[in-house]
Design a protein around this ligand. Structure first.
Ligand code: BG6
Length: 494
């Protein structure tokens, strides 16, 4: 089946942080792709907002360079790129002051009808979310057809997340607030839902009677790049686990929603977040590992350690974390979910692995080889695929020799379509007003409620993160954690 594009209504998209890395790397190239797909109405406009007085012309030049840099050359269509650039404008504005707001208002009013969809995308520091929302209200820019998108991180703990939710909620209705987690826009993540709820095969097996444990790994080969300042105040637990990894866990663990709409799906995810067993001081030593990368080599290239990138002699911040999570409900009792994420690991690899239980008894002798329990591997990155590892008979003579091989559905080979970036799909969902793949206020807060005691326990223990060599799979303690349970981290090559 080929891709089908559902048109979206004309919109005005205002990007706060419009000259920032996210806008240049993801949002604008993503919108350009949708323009190529003829999904954007002629009257749709994009207004970038930032502090600097760079002017429209210079801004457009910057965006053109960014689109060319982040788009494969054969996907650059000069006439579409011209049309796309004509949609852009830039406003220099002080988010916490008064300068620039009138100009923004006049651009929006010039853009016509008040029932045109307005999207305010806040890709700024979270501390500005509340003040920007307030100013949008006081300048009367919020129409019934307006929506606001909040980039992560939404706060750095429960109290700050609540303060943001309250401040934004004071001027926008919850239905107008889109808390983005770009992992939910990844094709394979949505495929996980298709796999679970559009096939009869898995659901009867999707429980503690048949599943031994689940592993979720999000490994990155990159370091903190130019973001060391932000990252050092955050760390892997806040940056990756509180949002992306817990969202993945929720999609694996949730009950079938009665329908695929925003509240039905989010109600089920929320129940999982609430059912997570707290990890407090008593469990921190056995259920968590924190690490920090040291100099090493990734893909044969030498890379510096975290502290060198940070230009400081010491930092307590973790760049790697492993957690053993447990969902305390009827379906999942006794099934651990091992979460692992880190920067500067051996390779970029994100996978969800469902380890089924072993067969109760082997009828085959030792000569047949070891029986390996079935595994379903949902691979998000770098290539999108689903693999189901099964025991099969090795072909040819030589008796009953068994081998563990994957049934392989590599999407790039199976479907001849361009794989859109997660942000593209999510931006179009915002315009459509479809919040199914966005986080609701109570979800964000429930996730922080589970994360906070882990942070507090680490603080109380006051231990430095365990060093690991860049280009490895993390500190040895991460291997020991899972081996204590007689299990291993999944390796595809087994
Ligand atoms: C972001 C984190 O949310 O996700 C980054 O802040 C991380 O630190 C990124 O690198 C990973 O996203 P992706 O899509 O490259 O896996």
């Amino acid at each position: 089946m080929s891709a089908r594009l559902i048109p979206v209504d004309p919109f005005d998209l205002v990007v706060f942080g419009g000259t920032g890395d996210l806008a240049m790397r993801k949002l604008l190239p993503g919108l350009y792709h949708r323009d190529c797909d003829e999904q954007l109405a002629p009257e749709s406009r994009i207004i970038a907002v930032s502090r600097s007085e760079i002017g429209r012309k210079a801004y457009i030049d910057e965006v053109e360079a960014a689109v060319r840099r982040y788009t494969p050359e054969d996907q650059i269509q000069a006439p579409v790129l011209d049309r796309f650039l004509r949609r852009l404008d830039h406003v220099a504005l002080d988010a916490t002051g008064t300068a620039g707001w009138k100009r923004l208002a006049s651009l929006l009013h010039r853009n016509g009808k008040t029932n045109k969809v307005r999207v305010f995308y806040l890709a700024t520091m979270p501390s500005l979310f509340g003040p920007i929302a307030q100013s949008l209200a006081s300048h009367e820019l919020i129409t019934p057809e307006s929506r606001v998108v909040l980039e992560k991180p939404i706060g750095r703990d429960l109290a700050s997340a609540r303060a943001i939710n309250d401040a934004v909620g004071a001027v926008f209705e919850e239905e107008q607030i889109f808390r983005i987690d770009h992992y939910l826009g990844k094709e394979t993540v949505q495929n996980l839902l298709a796999l679970r709820f559009a096939n009869a095969l898995f659901e009867p097996l999707w429980n503690s009677a048949h599943i031994d444990h689940v592993q979720i790994t999000v490994a990155e080969s990159l370091g903190v790049e130019g973001r060391a300042g932000y990252y050092d105040t955050s760390g892997a637990l806040r940056d990756m686990v509180q949002n992306h990894m817990l969202q993945l866990l929720c999609l694996v663990a949730m009950e079938p929603p009665f329908t695929f709409d925003a509240d039905a799906v989010r109600d089920e995810k929320l129940k999982i977040l609430k059912a997570l067993k707290p990890i407090g001081p008593a469990e921190a030593a056995t259920h968590t590992v924190r690490g920090q990368y040291q100099a090493g080599a990734v893909g044969g290239q030498p890379v510096p350690g975290y502290l060198t990138e940070l230009e400081r002699p010491f930092s307590p911040t973790e760049t790697f974390v492993v957690l053993k999570a447990e969902v305390q409900n009827w379906r999942w009792a006794g099934v651990p979910f091992y979460l692992r994420t880190g920067k500067r690991m051996m390779e970029r690899q994100s996978e969800i692995i469902i380890h089924f239980k072993a067969v109760p008894h082997s009828i085959f002798g030792e000569a047949s080889g070891k029986l390996v329990a079935n595994r379903l591997v949902v691979r998000l990155q770098p290539d999108e695929a689903v693999r189901f590892f099964l025991m099969t008979k090795d072909p040819g003579p030589g008796g009953m020799r068994l081998r563990n091989v994957p049934l392989n559905l590599a999407f790039a080979d199976a479907f001849n379509v361009r794989y859109p970036d997660a942000y593209e799909r999510l931006l179009m969902d915002v315009v459509r007003g479809n919040a199914t793949l966005f986080m609701r206020k109570d979800e964000v807060e429930a996730a922080w409620m589970w994360i906070e005691p882990i942070l507090a326990s680490w603080e109380a223990r006051n231990e430095a993160p365990k060093p690991y060599t860049a280009g490895s799979w993390g500190p040895s303690a991460a291997i020991a954690l899972i081996e204590r349970d007689n299990r291993n981290w999944h390796e595809d090559a087994e």
